[in-house]
Design a binder for this molecule. Structure first.
Ligand SMILES: Nc1ncnc2c1ncn2[C@@H]1O[C@H](COP(=O)(O)OP(=O)(O)OP(=O)(O)O)[C@@H](O)[C@H]1O
Ligand SMILES: [Mg+2]
Length: 228
């Protein structure tokens, strides 16, 4: 079993002094390549903070993160070129979609491939394939503002998967979707873990979804424990 992600003793404190918020406290987590992980927990328990730290968007206050055997954060040091590492290895579906407002749905997906060095034509082709797979191919030429919340969410999923990342982090990717479309989106995440061996960590509020996951973790007040 290849370990894709190892988080050890991770803590995150927002602010200082009397205003300090201890969002994560001493979190340990190991995820294997090909593993599909659910992360649950009440609002404010630290789920998004944990995903932001793992995705290298947010710097942890203490602790270590290693991916694919490479140390990333540790001993107060960031060891890799974070932006490049993220671009090449990590796909992120944000809780609040972060689509680029002046690009069409299709170009929001294609740009990820072009930034990674892909040719524009092939990128636009693959972008459309992904959008079609998620049932939003017909909105490919629309701007995000003209799409419904669920359509935007599916464009965001397509964008996160475009580069075939080895690690996918998804923050409530199905929250704005009805049951059927939510299942299509979950099925895509499952497939990328099964077929491509990607490690996938998905935040969900939906207890009905958790049976399809390989492992389930829960956060409470910034502390992580395993188990359904
Ligand atoms: N930028 C910030 N500055 C200060 N406190 C923050 C910041 N971001 C989050 N927090 C606090 O950290 C804690 C964890 O927040 P986080 O967003 O990780 O929760 P969550 O589990 O994702 O919640 P939800 O289910 O509502 O999305 C909360 O108490 C929140 O108020
Ligand atoms: Mg959140």
């Amino acid at each position: 079993m290849t370990e894709a992600l190892r988080v050890s003793g991770l803590s995150k404190v927002y602010g200082e002094g009397a205003l300090a918020v201890h969002a994560l406290a001493d979190v340990d987590l190991s995820v294997a390549a090909g593993e599909l992980v659910a992360l649950l927990g009440p609002s404010g328990s630290g789920k998004s903070t944990l995903l932001f730290c793992i995705s290298l968007i947010l710097e942890p206050t203490a602790g270590k993160i290693a991916m694919f055997g490479e140390p990333i954060h540790g001993g107060g040091r960031t060891v890799v070129d974070v932006r490049r590492f993220r671009r090449e290895n990590i796909g992120f579906v944000f809780q609040h979609q972060n689509l680029i407002p002046f690009l069409s749905a299709r170009d929001n997906v294609a740009i990820v491939l072009e930034l990674a060095g892909g040719r524009a034509r092939a990128a636009r082709h693959r972008a459309l394939d992904l959008l079609e797979e998620l049932g939003v191919g017909h909105r490919a030429h629309d701007l995000p503002a003209n799409l419904s919340g669920g359509e935007q969410q599916r464009v965001a999923i397509a964008r996160a998967l475009a580069n075939s990342p080895r690690l996918v982090l998804a923050d409530e990717p199905t929250a704005a979707l009805d049951t059927e479309r939510g299942q299509v989106a979950m099925e895509m995440l499952r497939r990328i873990s099964r077929e491509r061996g990607a490690a996938v960590v998905t935040v969900t509020h939906d207890e009905r979804m958790i049976s399809g996951f390989d492992s389930v973790y829960r956060l409470h007040d910034g502390r992580l424990r395993s188990g359904a």
